[in-house]
Design a protein. Structure first.
Length: 266
């Protein structure tokens, strides 16, 4: 069996590995093959490329190809020759997991969408902060963090969620952040799905899904998690807000995923 973990915008494969591996092992055992690729211009994927390379369809196809290569290198049977995959994505990773499942790029059996942030709109209000960071990084490099702190768009986020503001500032300290700034400008322009009807296409294909969200998160609005869950016909796990205590949120996230994986295990 194989589980695929996908990270968020500006993070890398260590994010879902650290956060989600305990839940996967608790639910299905430590012999589960876990594949966590770096998305283009993140982590060990050093190539940046052109703006068109950040279209969500291209990113999803690239991720799917990397997953297949990793499964092959691990000596495991191809996804088609073995049990279908479980895929778990965080934020941007959730959008990519959705596209991979909808487009049939990998044989997915179960999908978990953690704190979705993408919708059927290009550059929605909750993601407008990222191109601002990207442009500042391109112009001033990591030193531009001080300028960003003065921007109204940052003040809006930090007033709603101090931890959300701190999370945005990590974009300036990420490895090679200035050279990779294009990712922050281009990726938020993507739509995760065409409309709510497209979300409804997963369940008839036998793909079971779970959505996880938290309140008071300006970048990952809880109302958007509710919309994903309604469109998918999926259960929704509500976590406590990150500002109320990250350790508690993390523990309940892992518990919720492990419980659902155990419940839906074939």
């Amino acid at each position: 069996m194989t589980t695929v973990l996908l990270h968020g915008l500006g993070a890398d494969r260590r994010q879902p590995l650290d956060l989600l591996t305990p839940a996967v092992h608790a639910a299905v055992g430590t012999d589960e093959l876990i594949v966590a690729p770096d998305i283009r211009a993140h982590g060990g994927f050093l190539t940046v490329g052109e703006p068109a390379d950040f279209h969500i369809d291209r990113l999803a196809a690239e991720v799917a190809a990397t997953v297949r290569e990793a499964i092959d290198e691990a000596g495991a049977p191809s996804p088609e020759a073995s049990a279908p995959l479980t895929i778990i994505g965080i934020s941007l990773g959730a959008a990519l997991a959705l596209r991979i499942a909808l487009d049939g790029l990998l044989p997915i059996e179960r999908a978990v969408f953690v704190r979705p942030s993408f919708s059927d709109r290009s550059l929605p209000d909750n993601l407008r902060v990222f191109p601002v960071i990207g442009q500042i990084l391109a112009d001033a490099g990591p030193a531009g963090a001080d300028e960003f702190r003065e921007r109204a768009i940052f003040q809006h986020v930090v007033s709603a969620s101090p931890s959300g503001g701190r999370g945005l500032l990590t974009q300036f300290t990420a490895p090679d952040a200035a050279r990779r700034a294009m990712r922050l400008v281009e990726i938020p322009r993507n739509r995760a799905f065409r409309d709510d009807a497209e979300l409804g296409e997963l369940e008839p294909r036998g793909i079971r899904s779970l959505v996880i969200g938290a309140p008071r998160d300006p970048v990952h609005p809880y109302a958007l998690a509710e919309r994903w869950a309604a469109g998918l016909g999926a259960p929704l796990v509500e976590l406590p807000a990150r500002d109320d205590g990250l350790p508690v949120q993390t523990a309940l996230l892992r518990e919720g995923i492990a419980r659902w994986l155990q419940h839906t295990r074939a």
